[in-house]
Design a protein around this ligand. Structure first.
Ligand code: GUN
Ligand code: FE
Length: 441
């Protein structure tokens, strides 16, 4: 049937919580239930109360596991699934040595299609139900990405990268071809099913001023599309950018003077910032994206989360595969916690779990659609097992409240802790799915 009821311990957020005492910011139900109809959440509450509405619904009992909104990864590179774990380089060398050569392979549509399938398998197995992805420069890579997501009914955002210089042959577009391909992709995919398009100038180094002009035109012509790029990840990147754009006051000014900044703009990394850049991010509502495992892996630097929050800037959090080292948003929070520790900043586990669900949805302006377990939103749900490994189970013996449990999941959990994932109400790890119990009428 089209009706499904999930039973389990339920956690969802209504606001960003500042510690366990901030109980107004979240809802936790020990014996909770979610009613799912036609891929949407139709109701949520105490199992004992909701069971009266379950007529005809298949009931799946996930106790004692936790039911949460699916994770949202706000910055990931689809053509880098075979770049992850490449040794010994910082950003610019890493791009030239490993990443650009790998991305040239996505000129082959069959390769792109095969990788798209693997990519989404990896995401869902790690509990990620929405991705915001960079595809390669090739139009076909974006086609493969959106086609695979559509088959799985996943809510995704993505775009082909615009890059017309400082990359090898086979990895260039031109200002005109990048514009034309982007227009075609927007016409075909933006707003189709659960897909949205992100206009994607890769970063200042790989786009000429002529291409930035075309990016400006695209953003003007499609104000409801997302925009994504990289900002101030690495010190040599910043120095080279300012050589290429000598008129720019700072790195962000490159994007600002081409009219790219708004609350649709996602700025990957945003690590080494001048005060003016932070002020402009606050004014324009642009969203910095924290990529902890990537920033550590490439030795890029420490994201200053507290400064952003003090200025009222909404940060997102993401894996940045293939510079990131884990597909798991739990592991992303693990490393994020440590990066904030190095700066005497505290990431409470409730705030961490909010961040990768509703927080990222807010950063995307999509909190009415995804990121919570609220009725009327899309039924993307993750089922988490806090005792998935021996280390977790042993530590859980000494845990006495929800915050401790979440922190154990965050520090020790990964795909092994993801018991099940529902996308628009469809179970994804069906081999491990608990036996369904027919509802009594
Ligand atoms: N800057 C420009 N391109 C990339 C990329 O693919 N990964 C990372 N981490 N930074 C970038
Ligand atoms: Fe990136």
């Amino acid at each position: 049937s089209d009706r499904l009821m999930l039973r389990g311990r339920l956690l969802t957020f209504t606001a960003e919580p500042f510690g366990a005492e901030d109980t107004a910011a979240y809802t936790y139900i020990e014996d909770g239930a979610l009613l799912i109809e036609n891929g949407m959440i139709a109701g949520r509450g105490e199992f004992s109360e909701l069971i009266g509405d379950a007529a005809g619904a298949e009931i799946v009992d996930h106790r004692p596991h936790l039911l949460m909104a699916g994770f949202i990864d706000t910055h990931i590179h689809f053509p880098q699934v075979q770049v992850i774990a490449s040794w010994g380089a910082q950003l610019l060398d890493w791009l030239n040595t490993y990443t650009f050569p790998e991305e040239t392979r996505f000129s082959d549509d069959d390769h792109a299609a095969a990788m798209a399938c693997r990519f989404f398998d990896l995401l869902t197995n790690h509990g990620t139900t929405t991705a915001v992805a960079y595809c390669s420069v090739h139009k076909g890579s974006a086609e493969a990405y959106f086609e695979e997501a559509e088959q799985r009914n996943m809510r995704v955002i993505g775009g082909k990268v615009l890059m017309d210089r400082n990359a090898p042959d086979g990895l260039h577009d031109t200002p005109q071809s990048g514009y034309d391909d982007t227009k075609d992709l927007i016409a075909k995919w933006h707003g189709k099913g659960r897909a949205s398009y992100a206009i994607t100038p890769r970063f200042a180094i790989t786009s000429t001023p002529e291409q930035m002009d075309m990016a400006r035109a695209l953003v003007r012509e499609h104000p409801d599309c997302f925009v994504q790029t990289h900002l101030s990840e690495n010190k040599y990147e910043i120095a080279y950018t300012l050589e290429l754009y000598p008129e720019a006051r700072d790195y962000l000014d490159v994007y600002q003077r081409y009219g790219l900044l708004s609350d649709k703009m996602l700025l990957g990394h945003s690590i080494h910032l001048e005060p003016r850049e932070v002020a402009v991010m606050a004014e324009t509502g642009s969203r910095p994206v924290f990529c902890p495992t990537s920033n550590l892996f490439l030795g890029s630097g420490l994201f200053n989360e507290e400064k952003m929050r003090q200025k009222g800037i909404v940060s997102a959090i993401a894996t940045d595969i293939g510079a990131g080292t884990s597909y798991s948003m739990l592991q992303t929070l693990n490393e994020g916690y440590k990066i904030l520790q190095l700066q005497d900043q505290k990431l409470h586990p409730l705030r961490a779990f909010h961040w990768m669900t509703r927080g990222n949805a807010v950063a995307l302006g999509m909190e009415e659609k995804i990121g919570t377990l609220d009725a009327g939103t899309e039924a993307d749900v993750v089922v988490l097992n806090s005792k998935a490994t021996d280390a977790m189970a042993l530590r859980m013996e000494r845990a006495s409240n929800l915050s401790e449990e979440l922190f154990i999941l965050q520090m020790l959990g990964d795909d092994r802790a993801v018991e099940e994932v529902y996308i628009a109400g469809q179970a994804q790890k069906s081999g491990r799915r608990p036996a369904a119990i027919p509802a009594f009428e």
